[in-house]
Structures are given as C-alpha cells and as structure tokens.
Design a protein around this ligand. Sequence first.
Ligand code: M6R
Length: 390
Amino acid sequence: MLNFFNQSGKKINKKILLLSSDEQNYEKGDYKHFMAKEIDEQPNTIKNCVNEYIDKINKDINIFNFPFKEKEINSITLIGCGTAYHSCIIAKYWFEQLTSFDVSVDIASEFRYRKNKFKKDCLYVFVSQSGETADTYAALDLCNKNKMKTCSVVNVIESSIARDSKFVLPIHCGPEIGVASTKAFLGQMLVLYILCLKLAQKRKDISKKDYLIRIKKLFSLAELVKKSLMTEDKIQSICSSFIDAKGSMFLGRGYSFPIALEGALKLKELAYVHAEGYPAGEMKHGPLALIEDGMPVVVIAPRDQHYKKTISNMQEVIARGAKVLLITNKSKDEVYSENIWETIEVENTNDDLFPFLVTIPLQKLAYYSALKKGYDIDKPRNLAKSVTVE
Ligand code: M6R
C-alpha cells in the first residue's frame, strides 16, 4: 500500500489505480501508439454507446433506474477537468438548445473552492474518463455532503467517482491508455447528448417527432465518424507548419468553440507547442493582435447557424497573414473566401452532431505533430493519465 499525503502533510487514504483485467488485455496490436489505436476505435465507441443506450426497435433511449424525478430538476451543472470539461461545455450548448433547464458549466478545481449556492433542484453532473481525478472527486464529494443530486459520466465504472455518485452513466468505450484523451471525449459527448435528449423528451421540451429524428441520426453517426478518420494524408502534410510556428490558434463558434479548445489542448499536450482555443467572435477583442504572417490558424466552421459569422472572422485573420486550415462539412456551395491555406471537409449531419466529426482531424493533427517531433505520444512529459493529486 502506498502512502499519500495532503498539502498539510496529513496521511490520506487513496486508492491505488490498478489496471482492470480489461486494461491488462488491451494491446496496441499493429499500431505504434495506443493513441493512434484509440483514435481509430472511435466509430466503435459510438456504435457501442448507441447500442447500450438506444433501443433500436422502439427508437427510444433507455436510461434505467434514474433516481431523480424530472419535475424536481430545474437546472443542470456540468463539472469536469481538461478534456472532460470541454465535453461539459458542448453539453451546455445542447441542453440550452433542446431543454428548458438552466445550465452551467464548471471547472472542478474552481468549483470546489468557490462559495457555491447549492440548489436542491439542480442535477450536478460529473464527467471523468478515469473516475479518479482528484478535483472532480472533491467537487462531487462537496455536492454529496450538501445532499445534492449527483450523477457521473465515466469510463471506468469501478472508480471512486462512479462509486460515490448517486447515478452513473458509463461511456462504454473500453480502456483508454494514451494520456491524451480521444475516444473517451467522443464517448462523454455522446452520453451527455443522449442524457440531454432523454430529459428533453421526458419534460416534453422537444416534440416526439424531433426526438425520433435525432435518435435516427445517432444510428448513422459511427459511419460518419469513420469517414472523418480518412483525413490522414492532408493532416500529415500540414502538421510541420504547426510545429515550426511560434504558436497557433483554434477558432470556432457555438458547438465548435469547445472543439477549438479541445484541438488546442491536444496540440499543446502532445507536441509541446503553444496553441490557443478561442471563440471566433472574440478575436477582435485582443487576440487578433497575435496574428502575423504565416501563423497557422484552425477555423472550425461547419455549415450551421454560425457558419457565415465564423467565415467572416476567418477572413479577418487571413487578411492579417494567417495560414488558415478550415474544417467544414461537404456542400455543393463553395466556401465564399479567398486565400484559404487548406480545407478539410467532414460529412453532413444535423448541426448537433458536427462536434463528433470535426474533432477527429484535430486529434490527428496533434498526433502527427508529436510523431514528427519524435515525442512520447502515449506519455507526454509532465502529465499523468489519471490526476489523483491536486
Ligand atoms: O480522467 P478525467 O477525464 O477526469 O481526466 C481529466 C483530465 O485530466 C484529462 O481529460 C486531460 O485533460 C487529458 N490529458 C486531455 O487529453
């Protein structure tokens, strides 16, 4: 048994993370790195998760034994760290779009030390791949001590967060070994989206027809994600620009804003280069000053309600010399802009689901950038898979 100490030197009980038998049997196979394997497994992540939660015959979402009455929930607070936090931000957009809940998002390390106004009618949702992240666990513990309604979205179901939350929604994506979270991110987003749809249906926030249409779309998601994986060649040819530059920016609006944050985080943690994710509309309030000749900028702009605005933000950075990699979706309409450096097109789907498709090229960008630099992809410096200390 290892001893762990808190900041004041007091011995604390901490579970040692042992690999479950699933993880012990999980191998790289023909892949050079777990991360590459985990990126490629994402169509299966989606398929498994959809099969676990959706009844194909009745076209209905099955969330059994949910312990809270929908009528007693008026707001949702989503809490996580790092990549899990990014999935919480996306979920906020979905919940706001499809339900009448008040929704807020919090970084666990901030939440645990703020003077929170705990609300009896709030569902606190904790998102964590490992289920052992110290800050997320502490935030959950705080909510439990205040007798709040807690629920977790986790990958490791025999984890502390799963054990201590009142309800658990597993993401069913299998072991994730690479420190950089990839398939767990897609799994977290999917479970949060499914929860959102189910609560929207229960509260009658969306019509039956709308509910069924969105469920139907989920059945084709795995196939669309598979097609997003075929961006290999283009990504490999452009990643040098990202690793040679002083820094890069990732921009998006709406659902694409958290994806921009996630793309930048992946590049930072794997390729050790500065990258910043930003809401595209905020550029003119300061960061535009960073743009100089040849700076790589990723613009995530699927043809959703924000498309035109994002394209106009993109033109502002191109005018200042940025090399823009545009990630959009296929369309018969050309992108109305000149001087785009490179474009990657993902498949078409409904707006809610674009985050799943546009994430993949960004994971690959980070992967190939790190590969080119010869870095330790599955174990980037200074980082741990499971952050069990503050
Ligand atoms: O296990 P968790 O999902 O709670 O981990 C949270 C973060 O530490 C994690 O997502 C981290 O940001 C990843 N290394 C990002 O790729």
